[in-house]
Design a protein around this ligand. Structure first.
Ligand SMILES: [Zn+2]
Length: 151
């Protein structure tokens, strides 16, 4: 399961009652994305909540793909966001805190940790391959990305 399947809407019951509709717990569930993408009823949210929901929509659902929000960009962008937080030196707990502050979503720190670990392993494999194939520049770049993730 991808890390984006383990990102949850914080206070989703409260959100659902403000919106007077059913909101799935998963932030990247189709119905949640639809809700955000269509923006219907978002005016019913309190200011702090609405701001975060709109930030989430504008940061992750802003692509021009025809099948938006099902094009995969939201998930890719969110993963990019997680990697950027990691590159800033944040650990799993801090990453969860920041995503809650930024977008009112959360994950379990253990899931974030295994996501980061598997990222390191993927990059390790790629680094090895680049070495075998004789792409030293590529290998160095991958190693750099890996070290950033692993530190
Ligand atoms: Zn897209």
């Amino acid at each position: 399961m991808a890390i984006t399947d383990k990102i949850y809407v914080k206070n989703h019951r409260q959100l659902a009652s403000q919106l007077e509709t059913n909101v799935p717990k998963g932030a990247f569930k189709g119905a949640t994305l639809d809700l955000l993408f269509q923006g219907e009823g978002l005016e019913k949210l309190d200011d702090a909540t609405r701001e975060r929901v709109l930030d989430f929509a504008s940061d992750f659902l802003d692509c021009d793909c025809q099948d938006n929000p099902y094009c995969g960009c939201p998930e890719r962008k969110f993963i990019q966001y997680l990697l950027e937080l990691r590159a800033q030196g944040l650990g799993p707990d801090a990453i969860v805190d920041v995503m809650s502050d930024d977008y009112m979503v959360y994950a379990y720190a253990g899931d974030v940790l295994s996501f980061l670990d598997s990222g390191v392993r993927t990059l390790e494999a790629a680094e090895g391959l680049a070495g075998v194939d004789g792409y030293p520049e590529k290998q160095a770049k991958i190693r750099e990305a890996k070290d950033e993730l692993a530190r």
